[in-house]
Design a protein around this ligand. Structure first.
Ligand code: HEC
Length: 135
């Protein structure tokens, strides 16, 4: 947690000229730094880049296990859930408790503010309306 907070402080201090920057943009930038620290080693944000886990571009509103080129666990592909902000929070907090059998290693991000920042970033890399594929 200490590590997370110092990263957060770093992200906020490193943001040049906060004046004129919207609060939302500050959240996105902090979320990007947190994502780089906690998620990026396994997840690309552009589906053209290689990654160990499924790429997370356009993840908000996406049906779980729906990225066609990725070999998901049975637990994830059969879950039938949609990655709503609430589901993403539960996942960040305790992914293997939320979905027993997933092959994603446990992450335990239970701080709501940290979740908010990562969510703001995931939202910023979601540029398509996923409602059609998430029925
Ligand atoms: C050690 C590697 C690793 C780390 C770190 C990691 N993930 Fe994952 N993630 C995976 C793997 C592997 C899967 C596929 C799980 C499965 O098929 O059960 C996955 C799946 C996911 C999915 C489901 C995507 C889909 O297409 O259904 C989401 C959302 C996700 N991760 C978010 C995150 C976030 C947010 C973080 C950082 C807080 C993170 N992950 C950190 C390896 C990782």
């Amino acid at each position: 947690m200490t590590r997370t907070f110092s990263l957060l402080a770093l992200a906020l201090c490193a943001t040049p000229a906060l004046a004129g920057t919207t609060f939302e943009q500050v959240k996105i930038d902090a979320g990007k730094a947190l994502f780089e620290a906690e998620c990026r080693r396994c997840h690309a944000t552009d589906s053209k880049d290689p990654s160990y886990g499924p790429p997370l571009e356009n993840v908000v509103g996406r049906a779980a296990g729906s990225y066609v080129d990725y070999d998901y666990s049975i637990a994830l592909s059969a879950s039938g859930i949609v990655w709503t902000p609430a589901a993403l929070r539960a996942w960040m907090e305790d992914n293997d408790g939320f979905m027993p059998g997933t092959k994603m290693r446990h992450v335990g991000i239970d701080d709501r503010t940290v979740q908010d920042f990562i969510l703001a970033y995931l939202q910023s890399i979601t540029t398509q309306d996923n409602s059609a594929i998430s029925k």
